[in-house]
Design a protein around this ligand. Sequence first.
Ligand SMILES: [Zn+2]
Length: 404
Amino acid sequence: MKYAIIIPDGCADEPQASLDGRTPLEAADVPHMDAIAAAGVVGRASHVPASLPPGSDVANLSLFGYDPLAYFTGRAPLEAAAQGIELAADDWAIRCNLVTVENQTMRDFTAGHISTEEATQLLATAQERLGGERLQFYPGVSYRNLLVYRGAAAAAPFSTDTRATPPHDLTDKSVLDDYPRGPGSDLLNQLMHDSVAVFADHPVNVARRRAGKLPATNIWLWGIGRTPSLRPFAEVYGRRGSMITAVDLLRGLAALVGWRRIEVPGATGYLDTDYAAKGRYAVEALADTDIICVHVEATDEASHEGNVAAKIKSLEEIDRHIVGPLYEAIKSHGDYRILVTPDHPTPVRTKTHSHGAVPLAIAGSGIAPDDAQTYDEPASARSKLAFDPGWKMMRYFLEGTTTS
Ligand SMILES: [Zn+2]
């Protein structure tokens, strides 16, 4: 059996006054998603347990069929996996943003979308002045960098109770109450504090100020965790998977569960992503994988910008260039199943991720149709097919059957 999964990140939403009470999914012209709903079943799944933050990291872990309550250890370890940074059992990965803090206010969690080249220079200086064998700074892309605490020589002071606030939750807010806290936070706070002096007159910042750009005033540490010990997907579920995504979190997750990652030129993780290229690569990948999974970030980005029109447009692009071609192609491979589902809702009203159920549609071999004709939130709310916790959905998608 061949399987296809399409994840329009954060596409689940609320009824919009501007859309006469419809949700973006209802308003969007998505004939292929609707065809899957009509041919198969519509249901819902809750991927984020109440006790965990509603991030793509937690939600996609669940969507992949792993209980986040048992396996989620933080965002940074997933990103380390995406970058091929090996973590031993006693190592801790920490997300190391370059940020602009002014008067104890988070002016910009991206330090003015600092370039990768500039970030690499700052991280090299941080390594020289603040790092060592125990603390290793790894440049990533732009403001998204990592710090790894190597626990071989001296045990790390952190625990799963160590807390830190994502800097993107602090935009234009005071940071005073949101410095790291809990076990080992002294060390994190010291590093963040020391980085201020290290960066103050750094040539990169001198040049940025001169050019009228925001300086990287300091590092902001968060997303801390050890590498999760995930049993390979092939062992748990008996199938091989392949992943198409432009987002490091998803790449990392794929790497950790043993899925192949397929890089698509033109996949940006933003509204300008090359949808058609993603669709083409997905169709081609069907030949030598059991599961092809295509993740698209654009719907989530549109939500973060509070842009309903952009959200609808990206849903239509996904439907036309990815869902359509994949649904058509997978039928020629014999037995198949296809699943459309986001990881979590991202309401345009709040511009941020939320807890709660997301709609899903599954069609294919062994799936007898229910009476849903469209893929959207109202149809999913009416359905008897509900997965809570959501991580149980994967087994159903791969092996479950329904009878009419
Ligand atoms: Zn997400």
